[in-house]
Design a protein around this ligand. Structure first.
Ligand code: ADP
Ligand code: TRP
Length: 317
């Protein structure tokens, strides 16, 4: 049987160029078999129903606009596959608490509270704490072999592997142990301020803003004061993005202003046809709903099989 290649994106805001280069494009290039919208994963952060629904819609339309073919890839919404949540509950029982204590996002939340002299658990909900277990359930339910993600998700995949191994150690060989797949050249795309591009840092280039907004964003990329003919660092975001979008190097002795213009043109050329498709889907969302419904039926077939195997292994009929 071919390999199962699965990934998801949590919907906590507008998809950006980092998501596209780090997760969406590699997944589509690899011919991923399963792709889903991690809507329940977003709930530890998003408590505003309208914003949540809008973000789910944006993520769904983004995948399809970027070229995901729902005839080749099972495309579904996490919340439409309740088997995920049953498996997550089962997995909590073979997950050491210490493993969750070491998870990066939980640790970062605690560290930030301590730094700000607040109670360590201030504003930390169990959704955040259990996040890696839910993610392990997403992955293990489908007998996944490869999980294409950006490098920030590496620890989560390692945790999913640990949980699968713990389960198998207790109950015998039941769950497939996955691998992450990080393309080193796009592992972390920087944002406008030089830090990792992330919705949480407010430094993103939205993937599907209009051309004028895209140009504005590109112009906001931080540069240094080097003169037009001076060689500039090739690792700079402008040269990196140019390479990702064209497959070619941009001469690094170009002035920053011209470089930004060239980058904008290169990005807009790739993004424009996808943007058109995205805008169409956003205003004809019933088409997307139909695709997701069909995807969830397909996903639930395999999900049921795995869950039955797991239930049998633990002694539940
Ligand atoms: P964000 O940090 O903006 O909230 P997500 O956590 O929703 O992004 O990430 C969705 C997917 O996109 C994940 O696979 C993640 O690894 C990838 N990704 C996010 N930001 C970047 C980035 N700056 N560079 C590369 N990949 C990224
Ligand atoms: N944690 C991932 C993110 O922040 C989303 C996600 C949830 C995921 N479940 C997954 C990614 C399973 C890959 C596989 O974007």
């Amino acid at each position: 049987m071919g390999k199962i290649v699965l990934t998801g994106i949590k919907c906590t805001g507008t998809p950006h160029v980092g998501n596209y280069l780090g997760a969406i494009r590699p997944m589509i290039d690899m011919g991923g078999t399963h792709c889903f919208i991690a809507d329940y994963h977003a709930l530890n952060q998003v408590h505003e129903p309208k914003a949540h629904a809008e973000s789910v819609k944006q993520v769904a339309c983004t995948w399809l606009a970027c070229g995901l073919d729902p005839k080749k890839t099972v495309f579904y919404r996490q919340s439409d596959v309740p088997e995920v949540f049953e498996l997550a509950t089962i997995l909590t029982n073979v997950t050491p608490k210490g493993l969750m204590n070491r998870a990066h996002s939980y640790k970062a939340a605690i560290a930030s509270n301590i730094e700000q002299k607040r109670d360590a658990d201030f504003d930390v909900n169990m959704g955040l704490y259990n996040y890696p277990i839910l993610m392990a359930a997403d992955i293990l339910l489908f007998n996944t072999n490869l999980v294409p993600v950006g490098s920030d998700q590496k620890q989560h995949i390692e945790i999913a592997c640990d949980i699968a191994k713990s389960f198998n150690a207790v109950y015998g060989d039941t769950l497939v142990v996955p691998k992450e797949t990080i393309r080193e050249d796009v592992a972390t795309i920087q944002g406008l301020d030089g830090r990792k591009m992330s919705k949480s840092y407010g430094n993103i280039i939205p993937l599907f803003c209009d051309s004028a907004e895209l140009l504005k964003c590109v112009k906001r990329i931080a540069t240094d004061s080097s003169a037009p003919n001076e060689a500039k660092p090739k690792e700079h975001l402008i040269f990196q993005l140019y390479k990702h979008f064209t497959g070619k190097e941009l001469d690094n002795k170009i002035g920053w202003g011209d470089a930004k213009q060239k980058l904008f043109e290169a990005m807009d050329k790739v993004i424009a046809p996808m943007r058109e498709k995205y805008n169409h889907l956003m205003s004809h969302y019933a088409e997307v709903e139909k695709i997701l419904e069909k995807g969830s039926v397909e996903a639930r077939g395999v999900a049921r099989e795995t869950l039955d195997r797991v239930r049998k292994a633990i002694g539940v009929k």
